[in-house]
Design a protein around this ligand. Structure first.
Ligand SMILES: Nc1nc2c(ncn2[C@@H]2O[C@H](COP(=O)(O)OP(=O)(O)OP(=O)(O)O)[C@@H](O)[C@H]2O)c(=O)[nH]1
Ligand SMILES: [Mg+2]
Length: 476
């Protein structure tokens, strides 16, 4: 997509369909004049001040009134895109909207591509790239935490951080290049230690940002949680409890859930995508086998797995080991359910993971077959459920101290660019320590500078832009 940036574009900015109002957005050098050419109101739009609203009729080519509307006028550079822009608020009828846009198209106004308004805002310096990405994140956010995270990015918290790292880097590079200009042979750095310290400092900061990635992703995309275990242990009951509705069928017949059931719920503003799976056991039943296969897939795609069994059984070691082949041990929560059936009810409270004999008859105790659990609960009697939810949040967010107010990265583009910058800087440190020629060091520093610049859009290519704006909706 190689778009002209000075033509005039139009798109519906509000959802398609019936409603109170639709907003049609027009931007580009002829936005005002073209709108004025089919608008009949008290004032000529070409003569009004910026940021004013005007009531009038939109007329068809033949002079028929299509709709009465409010037109907002924004004169460059004081608009979202930085260009002359107009917003027509019409009645929200798909026919009205269609006719207004068609009229504009006959006046050589082009239909906008997805994200083209925001792309222009970026090209005109209204937003940097992380802010443009945040606009898409705000639109897509489905929980309060993801909204706050995106809002903070749009406010420029991440941009400022990257910008200041880049400025520090440019400073170090200039020190090195200054030496290059003066030194003939071996660089006798007056400032070698200083530069090393500066670069190391930037590396540390980058590492910290990289460390926020999983938190940022959780904020933005939510957490995938698979609930797995043997049949009949209460997986679907747990799902229903968390959702606060009887979504999955619960029965005393083992093998009730055959397929993976996927549901979403927001807990404290974080989106959890829950996958209730078919009970895992060896079986000849073809459907059940397929269900078990799907459970495996759900586990592979999850961020956290809840492995559940009954207090009278214990967590089966074999199943636990199988899970660890698919997912990191750190991300498994082991839960023993049906604590209400345990006569002794020894600990009503959550017990931390420890190797313990399962609570079953002496003759069945076999420490190699069972392992201890993170927590004991009863879904039925509501015992330990809050502790379980807390544990789930803790596993999902990790025990880090970031908040939505910290500079946080949440997208793979930022992660890759920062990783590359870090690699370049680490090479520069090695070169410095080995007293290699300043030219080597300078190349690495410049590479890192470009990577940081890519994040905020100081350095950019059409490919990067196309990739980003391609995911936007039309009209944004
Ligand atoms: N006593 C007691 N029964 C429970 C508890 N939680 C679930 N159950 C019962 O255990 C049985 C199985 O529950 P489900 O939630 O269907 O179990 P599941 O793990 O989804 O089973 P499958 O889908 O067959 O793999 C049902 O009769 C539930 O009522 C609990 O905490 N205590
Ligand atoms: Mg079930």
């Amino acid at each position: 997509m190689n778009l002209l940036h000075n033509d005039t574009i139009v798109a519906l900015a509000t959802p398609v369909g019936e409603g109170a109002i639709s907003v049609i957005r027009i931007s580009g050098k002829d936005a005002i004049i073209k709108t004025d050419s089919f608008f009949e109101g008290k004032a000529r739009l070409t003569e009004v001040k910026t940021h004013t609203i005007h009531y009038g009729n939109i007329l068809s080519d033949s002079g028929e009134v299509i709709d009465d509307v409010l037109v907002s006028v924004f004169i460059n550079p004081n608009s979202y895109t930085g260009e002359d822009s107009v917003e027509i608020s019409s009645h929200a009828s798909s026919i009205v909207v269609k006719r207004i846009i068609e009229e504009l198209v006959t006046k050589d106004v082009r239909l906008a591509e997805p994200g083209e308004f925001t792309r222009r805002a970026f090209l005109n310096g209204k937003l940097d790239l992380t802010q443009a990405e945040a606009v898409a994140d705000i639109i897509n956010s489905r929980t309060e935490a993801s909204l706050r995270g995106a809002r903070n990015q749009l406010d420029g918290i991440l941009s400022k951080k990257i910008d200041s790292l880049r400025a520090e880097l440019i400073h170090s590079t200039s020190l090195i290049e200054l030496e290059l200009d003066f030194a003939e042979e071996d660089l006798e750095f007056v400032s070698k230690d200083k530069v090393l310290g500066e670069i190391q400092n930037i590396v540390n900061e980058i590492e910290m940002l990289l460390g926020t990635y999983s938190f940022g992703r959780v904020l933005r995309d939510g957490v995938n949680v698979a609930i797995v275990g043997k049949p009949n242990v209460g997986k679907s009951s747990l799902l229903n409890y968390i959702l606060k509705e009887s979504r999955a069928i619960v029965s005393e017949i083992p093998g009730t859930t055959r397929d993976v059931i996927r549901e979403e719920v927001s807990i404290d503003g974080i989106l959890f995508k829950l996958f209730d799976t078919a009970g895992i056991r060896l079986t000849d039943d073809a459907i059940e086998k397929e269900g078990v296969e799907r459970s495996r897939e759900a586990v592979k795609n999850s961020d956290v797995v809840i492995l559940i069994d009954e207090v009278v059984n214990g967590i089966p070691n074999e199943l636990y080991n199988k899970l660890t082949e698919l997912i990191d041990e750190e991300r498994i929560i082991t839960v023993l359910n049906k604590l209400d059936l345990d006569n002794s009810m020894l600990s009503r409270r959550a017990s931390q993971r420890r190797i313990e004999a399962p609570d079953r008859g002496d003759e069945l105790i076999n420490e190699t077959k069972y392992i201890g659990s993170d927590i004991k609960i009863s879904v039925k009697e509501n015992i330990g459920m809050n502790d379980l939810l807390e544990l789930l949040k803790e596993k999902s967010l990790g025990n880090n101290s970031f908040t939505e107010k910290s500079a946080v990265i949440n997208n793979v583009r930022h992660f890759d660019a920062l990783s590359k910058a870090k690699r370049d800087l680490e090479e520069a440190v090695i070169s410095l320590n080995n007293n290699l020629s300043g030219e080597f060091i300078s190349v690495n520093l410049r590479g890192a500078e470009d990577s940081l610049g890519e994040i905020i859009g100081k350095v950019t290519t059409d490919d990067i832009l196309n990739n980003i704006f391609h995911n936007f909706c039309i009209g944004k």
